[in-house]
Design a protein around this ligand. Structure first.
Ligand SMILES: Cc1cc2nc3c(=O)[nH]c(=O)nc-3n(C[C@H](O)[C@H](O)[C@H](O)COP(=O)(O)O)c2cc1C
Length: 174
């Protein structure tokens, strides 16, 4: 067995939040911790939320977003763990409701059912996070064993600065 084949495989699910532009930080940190990384993005996230070509260069694999055809082989090995970062209001709610109409959501719904470690870093504005459906979704996913990082709003502080997004926290949660 090659050294590469012995490395655990991490799926990084990227949603369409503005902070997604920094996802390379998470990939680098995961690789430093000896994970192989494959990125699965939501279809909206593919539309300019992060540099897809740079991520493909960094991971050495295509970024997946569309379903494969039945005849196509699975392009990624099965995961040993899954990180969702950033996680949007939309994806958290759809995942908790069991909706699997994108590859990202299908992957998340399935992963939760296998008992794999799953860590989520939400990036959701306070006004959206106050929606009762979101609070119910968090409770439901936590009840399924999904691990959450601290709330992050993506919004600027009164002094104009922006709080850091704790990318590495996702790896600590696994
Ligand atoms: C520039 C921009 C930034 C956004 N940032 C966020 C965000 O931080 N969190 C969030 O929940 N939605 C954010 N949205 C809205 C989502 O992109 C939108 O709800 C989308 O449907 C999410 O799709 P997805 O969950 O499939 O990735 C943003 C939209 C735009 C245009």
């Amino acid at each position: 067995m090659t050294e590469q084949a012995e490395q655990p495989f991490l799926y990084v699910v990227v949603c369409a939040a503005g902070i997604a532009a920094g996802v390379s930080k998470l990939i680098s940190a995961a690789q430093e911790r000896d994970w192989q990384v494959g990125v699965i993005a939501t279809p909206v996230a593919m539309g300019g939320f992060f540099d897809v070509a740079a991520v493909e260069g960094q991971t050495g694999r295509p970024v997946r977003s569309a379903w494969r055809t039945p005849a196509d082989p699975r392009p990624f090995p099965p995961p040993d763990a899954v990180v969702v970062a950033p996680a949007t209001f939309n994806t958290v709610n759809k995942w908790a409701a069991g909706i699997a109409d994108t590859l990202a959501l299908g992957t998340l719904c399935e992963a939760a059912g296998t008992g794999l470690p799953i860590a989520v870093l939400p990036c959701v504005a306070d006004a959206l996070a106050a929606h009762p459906a979101y609070q119910d979704s968090l409770a439901r996913l936590r009840g399924m064993g999904v691990r959450f990082g601290a709330a992050h709003t993506g919004e600027a502080r009164p002094d104009g600065g922006r709080p850091e997004f704790a990318w590495e926290r996702a790896l600590d949660l696994l």
